[in-house]
Design a protein around this ligand. Structure first.
Ligand code: BGC
Length: 424
């Protein structure tokens, strides 16, 4: 037994040398592989192996148009994400409801204007765009750009003169609502959704117009928590994020206003389950809309919805506020209806996370994937990117022959071909 493993390890080392496939910077871990690098079973061509895109849907980052070629790369290609519009609307409503419930004390400086600042994750990412629009719509600050709501960052707008937003209002509240400032949180190296950048932004916003800020809003919890810790917690200014990461949920007890769960437990399950089903040659809906032999099953319409045309699974979102946060304290807990062990054979999967330091993917999504990979007998190599360039990740897919299936999280939604070209 022992000597067999050593042979396998020796082979793996030889492969690394001859294929130059194992270099590259950034992190990579084969958590469940215990160092084995068994070649994939069978002789399926790489172009026919199952592929799942997740978290960043192949699409044009300027127009939002879906990349149909990537979504239909082969018969076993899917996308797994969550319903961005439903979640965005929920985030907007959660904030509007908070304002209604606190209308008598929310205007801290009594100037008749409820001022908010907004941290934007990535101006070319459909989830980020939807959240910016959802908040502006619910608070009445949205303006139209053609048929759609303008989602641009406005810089500062303390005097209300911006053309990309307007002063808004909500029913039953006799105060104006103004987006005082918004900014895409991109660091100088190009990484988006950058928490440290958001922390710096709130420092500079608060030092020039802090008394006007009554609410802090963020496209995600990573940036939201950075702003909360840097400023709003001490000022007791309600801060709203998205993702229901465990630290953000815990902060609700300390004044964080609320967050949205994008049901990462369902998404992580679906990400691996569509691959498992394809590898087992069973109906893609096994363990999803139809119970598998172990009884794993999700509820369509409650847990997720499926768009057949775009082969996309979308988990449904839930609001997490002071009323219910105790039910969400562990964001990495597997979802009970799909928590039963499968007994299919081991298969090897290559999976990348676009940015190893992304808060949501690192603290919520990957820990969930690591639990489900055991339940589904998948030996997954996790590759962590730098969040800046696709090549930092694709350089580490030197030998696709080694894998049975691929799970891909792109840096930029336009770049699907950087990955599929390696499988052609
Ligand atoms: C999450 C963000 C995350 C981004 C990465 C979004 O769905 O809400 O927190 O940074 O995905 O692509």
């Amino acid at each position: 037994m022992k000597s067999k493993k050593l042979v396998a390890l020796g082979l793996a080392a030889a492969m690394c040398v001859s294929l130059a496939a194992c270099g590259g910077s950034g992190s990579s871990s084969g958590k469940s592989s215990s160092g084995s690098a068994t070649a994939s079973s069978g002789n399926v061509a790489n172009k026919d192996k199952p592929v799942v895109w997740f978290n960043r849907q192949p699409s044009n980052s300027s127009t939002g148009e879906l990349d149909s070629n990537a979504l239909h790369f082969n018969d076993n290609t899917y996308y797994v994400g969550f319903d961005a519009n439903q979640g965005a609307e929920l985030q907007g409503t959660m904030i509007a409801d908070y304002i209604k419930a606190h209308k008598d004390e929310i205007d801290r400086n009594g100037d008749g204007v409820i001022g908010y600042v907004l941290a934007i994750g990535d101006i070319g990412h459909n989830d980020s765009i939807a959240r910016t629009r959802g908040v502006r719509k619910a608070l009445g600050t949205a303006v139209k750009d053609g048929d759609n709501i303008d989602y641009q960052a406005i810089g500062t707008n303390t005097d209300g003169s911006s053309k990309d937003v307007q002063d808004g209002s909500i029913d039953g509240v006799d105060l104006k609502i103004r987006e005082l400032a918004s900014q895409e949180m991109k660091n100088s190296a190009g990484a988006t959704w950058d928490a440290a950048t958001a922390g710096n932004a709130i420092q500079s916003w608060s030092s020039s117009f802090g008394d006007q800020i009554d609410i802090v809003v963020s496209n995600n919890d990573g940036m939201g928590m950075s702003m909360f810790n840097a400023w709003s917690k001490a000022q007791k200014v309600p801060t709203f994020g998205y993702d229901a990461n465990s630290d953000a949920v815990a902060a609700i007890a300390e004044g964080y206003g609320g967050t949205i769960s994008q049901h990462a437990d369902v998404q992580a399950y679906l990400t691996l389950r569509v691959l498992r089903n394809a590898l087992d040659g069973v109906d893609v809906m096994t363990g999803i809309s139809k119970a598998d032999d172990q009884g794993n099953v999700l509820e369509e319409g409650k847990d997720y919805r499926y768009d057949e045309k775009n082969r996309s699974f979308y988990a449904l979102n839930l609001a997490v506020t002071a009323d219910n946060y105790k039910d969400f304290t562990d964001s990495t807990k597997v979802y009970e209806p799909v928590s039963k062990q499968l007994n299919s054979d081991k298969k090897k999967v290559w999976l990348d996370i676009y940015n190893a330091s992304d808060n949501f993917l690192g603290s919520t999504y990957q820990p969930l994937l690591e639990k489900y990979d055991d339940l589904m007998n998948l030996d997954v190599d996790y590759i962590g990117g730098d969040g800046q360039t696709e090549s930092n990740i694709t350089n580490r897919l030197g030998n696709p022959n080694q894998y049975d299936a691929f799970a891909i999280n792109m840096v930029k939604t336009d770049n699907a071909a950087s990955y599929t070209s390696l499988l052609q």
